[in-house]
Write a protein that binds this ligand. Structure first.
Ligand SMILES: Nc1ncnc2c1ncn2[C@@H]1O[C@H](COP(=O)(O)OP(=O)(O)OP(=O)(O)O)[C@@H](O)[C@H]1O
Length: 328
């Protein structure tokens, strides 16, 4: 497969601040590449390097050419901060941007794709809600039907239903062969959309891989989160990696589980779906009273926390796909 995007040893400093410190990567034609990393890691700077909107050291190529030399109609860019004319309606804005290209898509159809229809399409941009404004900005990036689409935190401010609609739209574009380079702080978004994910930290690409491979390598084991409602569990004390749970005071007749307390929860790691009942029995046999149980498979958020050195905090809040809660 041919590479749509190539970065070789790309570096950028702002005064004494190193934003990119020798980044090399290649994105195949038709691939969705997700770039994640903490605030200030250099994601926006890399998007700007790849789109030729800032100068850098190193080499960048987009569709086989330098980004500045590429026909603008072949590229779509949604910058992180983008403010189109405030006193044009969504329709007028789309028509304006469509007019920049010889062969643009129908503005109304693009607006409909991002969920802006009816009254919202006739309102001044400045009177739309933040999420509606972001949708219009996404539409502007799509109006030229680009071969390569750069989206810098596209769904920030968009409500959950709109976010999922946008994911479906992006999946459709990717299925039709559009190359997508996406930055996001939503691990759910990246896990769902990206074929490969790059983790950027302090201007360096620390790892790249498919969500599945990264979760396998860095996500840890599936775990059962036990809300005991017991303030003693707030201590964060490790119960130790007792394979049978004995050091925690529980008689776990379940092999290869690690028990600890994190963030006020009892965390039993290494619990597969079939062992949930055994662990519940063991908890009850040990006299542990609990308010709820949540089973959580490792996901990209766990990978992120591991790779950025942030501690796992029992993360039940991040549980969506692939988890089951048992309330008592
Ligand atoms: N125009 C600029 N002038 C000076 N410093 C800058 C400029 N743009 C970025 N930086 C610095 O470069 C570093 C990388 O910034 P960048 O915006 O690329 O990070 P990011 O990963 O996109 O962050 P976020 O997740 O907060 O959007 C930061 O330390 C930032 O302060």
């Amino acid at each position: 497969m041919t590479a749509a995007l190539v970065a070789e040893d790309v570096a950028k400093s702002y005064g004494g601040v190193t934003a990119l410190d020798g980044v090399s990567l290649s994105v195949d034609t038709g691939e969705v590449f997700g770039l994640v990393g903490p605030n200030g890691a250099g994601k926006t700077t890399l998007v700007r390097a790849l789109t030729g909107t800032t100068t850098t050291d190193g080499r960048v190529s987009v569709l086989g050419a330098r980004p500045e030399a590429i026909e603008k109609s072949r590229i779509g860019l949604l910058p992180q901060s983008f403010s189109p004319a405030a006193r044009l309606t969504a329709r007028e804005l789309l028509a304006q941007y469509a007019g920049l290209y010889d062969d643009a898509r129908d503005p109304d159809a693009v607006l409909a794709d991002v969920g802006i229809e009816g009254d919202a399409a006739e309102q001044w941009y400045e009177t739309l809600s933040g999420g509606q404004q972001r949708r219009v900005c996404v539409a502007i990036a799509l109006v030229n039907d680009p071969e390569v689409l750069f989206l810098d935190e596209p769904t920030t401010g968009i409500d959950p239903a709109g976010r999922r609609d946008l994911w479906t739209l992006l999946e459709g574009l990717a299925a039709d062969g559009t190359t997508v380079f996406l930055t996001s702080h939503s691990m759910a978004e990246v896990e769902r959309l990206a074929d490969r994910v790059g983790f950027l930290r302090d201007g360096r690409l620390v790892t790249v891989g498919s969500p599945r491979d990264l979760i396998e390598a860095h996500g840890g084991r599936s775990r059962l989160l036990v809300e005991t409602g017991d303030p003693a569990d707030e201590s964060g004390d490790e119960f130790g990696a007792a394979g049978d749970g004995r050091e925690s005071g529980f008689e776990f007749d379940v092999r290869d589980v690690d028990v600890s307390t994190v963030g006020g929860r009892l965390v039993v790691e290494g619990v597969g779906p079939r062992e949930i009942g055994d662990v519940v029995d063991a908890l009850e046999a040990s006299g542990v009273r609990f308010e709820s149980l949540t089973w959580k498979q490792p996901d990209l958020e766990d990978v992120y926390l591991e790779l950025t050195g942030e501690s796992f905090e029992g993360g039940g809040a991040g549980v969506d796909a692939g988890s089951a809660g048992v309330d008592r």
